[in-house]
Each structure stands twice: as C-alpha cells, then as structure tokens.
Design a protein around this ligand. Structure first.
Ligand SMILES: NC(=O)c1ccc[n+]([C@@H]2O[C@H](COP(=O)([O-])OP(=O)(O)OC[C@H]3O[C@@H](n4cnc5c(N)ncnc54)[C@H](OP(=O)(O)O)[C@@H]3O)[C@@H](O)[C@H]2O)c1
Length: 343
C-alpha cells in the first residue's frame, strides 16, 4: 500500500522538515508534491538526499486523487485550502492554529491521545497542536496517568524558528548588525531579538495573556484533561531551533522525584537526562534534529503538598511540528484509515 502525499507550505521551516521527516522515516509515499504560494511556484526543494521536487502553486493545486496533505502555510491559508482538500477526499493534517479548537476536529499528539484520530471523518481534518503544547503534554502524560495533575504553571523559552524562516533570518540579521554597532528595525518580532528576550508571542488577548499562552492552556485541556488548570508565560529567546520550558506541576497524589523519573523513563517519546552536576541537563541547541522530548532538572516543589518542577526541551520544528504530523500520518496508515483511496 502506498500513498500520494502533498506537503503544503513546503518551502517553509516546517514544510522542509516535513519533507525530510517523511523521507527519513520511509513513509510509504508513491508520489510527493511540494506545494506553496505562487511566489515560489517552479522553485525546487529537496526530498531526501537525491530527489528534487518542483514547487506547485497552491491556488491551482487539485487535491483530487491525493490521499493525504500535510499543511503548514499559515492559519489564514489553511482556512481556505484545507477544507477544499478535505472536500476532494484528501485527509488533511494541519499544523496551523486554524482548526485546533474546533469540536469536530481531533487535536492529536500520538503518544498522548492517538485514539482521537479516529474521529477525523467528520471534517477530514486532523489538527497538530502548537509546538510548545506538544512537548509539554508528551512529558506530562505519563505523570498525569500515574499521579493525576491538578495544576501546571509553565514559562517557555521559545526559539525564533517558531516564527518560521523569517524569524530565523531576523535573528541572524539583527545579531550581525549589533557587531558593527548598526540597527536593523524589528519586523517579525516586536523588539530586537538579538541578545534579548521578548515576553510576547502572538497577539494580546483581553485578559492580558498572549494568544500563544491561551493556546497552551486550551490545547493542553483538549488533549490531556479538561480538569487541569494551566497558566503559561511564553517568551521568545535568541535561539534558532529548540523550545525550552520551565514547568511546575501540582499533583492530586503523592509523587517522589524517583517515581516521576521512572514513569518518564518508561514513556514513549521521552528521554530523561537529569544528572545533578554541571551540564547534566539538555539545552535547546542539543535538541536540534532530535526526535525526543527531553526532561531534565526534575526536583520537588516544596511550596505545595505534591509538587514537582522540571525542564522540558525539544526541537520545535521536529516533534513540535513535522514529526508529530508525520506520526499522525503513520497512525492513519497503520490503522488502515486511508485504505479507501490508496493503491
Ligand atoms: N515553526 C514552528 O515551530 C511551528 C510549529 C508548529 C506549527 N507551526 C505553524 O506552521 C505554519 C507555518 O510555519 P513555518 O514556521 O513553516 O512558516 P514559514 O517558514 O514562514 O513558511 C510558510 C510556508 O507557507 C507558505 N505560504 C505562505 N503563504 C502562502 C499562500 N498564500 N499560499 C500557499 N502557501 C503559502 C510559504 O510559501 P512561500 O515560500 O511560497 O511564501 C511557506 O512554504 C504556521 O501556521 C505556524 O504557526 C509552526
């Protein structure tokens, strides 16, 4: 069984990582289309070491006969074209925020709530969560199963690749100009990101939170458990790839550091690297190109009856986006949910 797969947003940070991940994991694709805006139609992108794909224009792309489409062209573009692809019989896995909170669209992290995928038929769309949410719920799911989480307080340290290729270009450009005492007015970020941190990701909401912080709250509840209270502060940092999170968790039940370590060690997708000595933890630069969600600095929070704190790091383009989307596609294949269309 093999499939026709379209990657929409193929020239972007996430789209390129999706192409790489599909190839590396030997996804059973008999044809792969790279799709982006008319601006890059005709350009070329790599699919593995040897194959080059010519980019097609999304506005003219006909999804009939394509089994699966992995979308990352931005929310407003997905809003128009994902339903068009779905109506043509193509199953859409969407990386944008457009459909995540729709009640009839499953929001899925395969290590956490794979069974939710099965309800995708309602719209033919499956949503991939926000990058910061994904890595947090992968690490917290095994702890919730054993010790029941009441409340999460998280502060993120999010890399510029979370804002796409333009975010990465702005960090590089602004870092260079600082060395020659010049200025490059920020365009992607709200303030200069070079040698700085910015406590704003996405727009402000009425209650003073940012939309990125809101996403972490509502998405965690939808994926993990609606009863969990979540409070987030999301911060952009001058790191190219890899999001970090300082997470403090309050549990219903007693939990020791060793019990938490054992539960995390047994969990899919999680690597515990927690040595109480200089450098005995994972930094975002070390997570780049890796599949795992790394958990370090696990320690007791003595300010509540059953509390733990930890440091969670992962490659935001990989588990935070491309890998999670490809794992969803692999689940569809493994469960024979794409069988109707495939050759
Ligand atoms: N970066 C992350 O860590 C991350 C994680 C999870 C989810 N996401 C989400 O994924 C989406 C893409 O993120 P990204 O980081 O890959 O952004 P990006 O690097 O800016 O890439 C955007 C992609 O969308 C395409 N695109 C833009 N306008 C289009 C249009 N009118 N029609 C067709 N394609 C269009 C671009 O094609 P052109 O080259 O032709 O302009 C490019 O391929 C965003 O919604 C983002 O929130 C990102």
């Amino acid at each position: 069984m093999s499939f026709r797969v379209a990657v929409v947003g193929a020239t972007g940070a996430v789209g390129r990582e999706i192409l790489k991940t599909l190839h590396e994991r030997h996804f059973p694709a008999r044809e792969v289309a790279a799709v982006a805006s008319g601006r890059s139609a005709g350009a070329q992108v790599s699919y593995g070491e040897e194959k080059i794909l010519t980019v097609k224009n999304l506005d003219k792309f006909d999804f009939s006969g394509w089994d699966i489409a992995l979308f990352s062209p931005g929310a407003s573009i997905s809003a128009v074209h994902a339903p068009r692809a779905a109506a043509a019989g193509c199953v859409v896995i969407d990386n944008t925020s457009q459909f995540r909170m729709d009640a009839d669209v499953p929001l899925v992290v395969p290590e956490v709530n794979p069974e939710a995928i099965k309800s995708f038929h309602k719209r033919n769309i499956i949503a991939n969560p926000n990058c910061s949410t994904i890595q947090m719920v992968v690490a917290l799911k095994p702890l919730h199963d054993k010790f029941k989480i009441k409340r999460i307080v998280v502060a993120t340290y999010q890399s510029v690749s979370g804002a796409g290729k333009e975010g990465m270009d702005e960090l590089l450009a602004n870092t260079k100009v600082q060395y020659v005492h010049d200025k490059n007015p920020p365009q992607v970020f709200q303030k200069d990101i070079a040698f700085n941190v910015i406590p704003q990701i996405d727009v402000f909401m009425d209650d003073g939170s940012t939309k990125e912080e809101w996403k972490m709250v509502v998405e965690t509840k939808k994926i993990l458990d609606r009863k969990i209270e979540v409070f987030a502060t999301c911060v952009r940092v001058p790191v190219f790839i890899g999001h970090s999170e300082a997470v403090t968790v309050e549990f219903e039940n007693p939990v020791t550091v060793n019990e938490a370590r054992a539960a995390l060690r047994a969990a899919p997708g999680v690597t515990v690297h927690d040595i109480r000595e200089d450098g005995g933890y994972i930094t975002p630069a070390e997570s780049q190109g890796e599949d795992a969600v790394y958990v370090s600095r696990i320690r007791k929070d003595p300010t509540v009856p059953h509390g733990l704190a930890m440091w969670i790091v992962s490659d935001n383009l990989r588990k935070g986006a491309a890998l999670n989307a490809v794992q969803i596609a692999e689940f569809l294949v493994a469960q024979n949910l794409l069988a109707k269309q495939a050759a």
